[in-house]
Design a binder for this molecule. Structure first.
Ligand SMILES: [Zn+2]
Length: 80
């Protein structure tokens, strides 16, 4: 005895369209330059010797005379 079955149509939602931000080569190059400039202008210095921290636009040695300085670009962490 055949039973007519109305097959349930497969529900296929439209895939979300994800807008991709595509930078042109020129924009990417300028972005790199900007990061590099920010990197050089804002370096957080951290002395491993005396634990002193300061910000300088250029690589400096600590006032304690230590050259074991950890330098972190300020753009790498959000400004509190
Ligand atoms: Zn120091």
């Amino acid at each position: 005895m055949p039973s007519p079955s109305s097959g349930t149509p497969d529900f296929q939602p439209d895939p979300p369209s994800i807008p991709l931000q595509q930078l042109s080569a020129q924009e990417w190059y300028e972005w790199q330059l900007r990061i590099e400039a920010a990197n050089q202008n804002n370096l957080l210095h951290h002395c491993r010797q005396c634990d002193r921290e300061w910000v300088s636009s250029q690589a400096e040695s600590c006032t304690c005379g230590s050259v074991r300085i950890e330098r972190i670009a300020c753009w790498q962490f959000p400004d509190g």
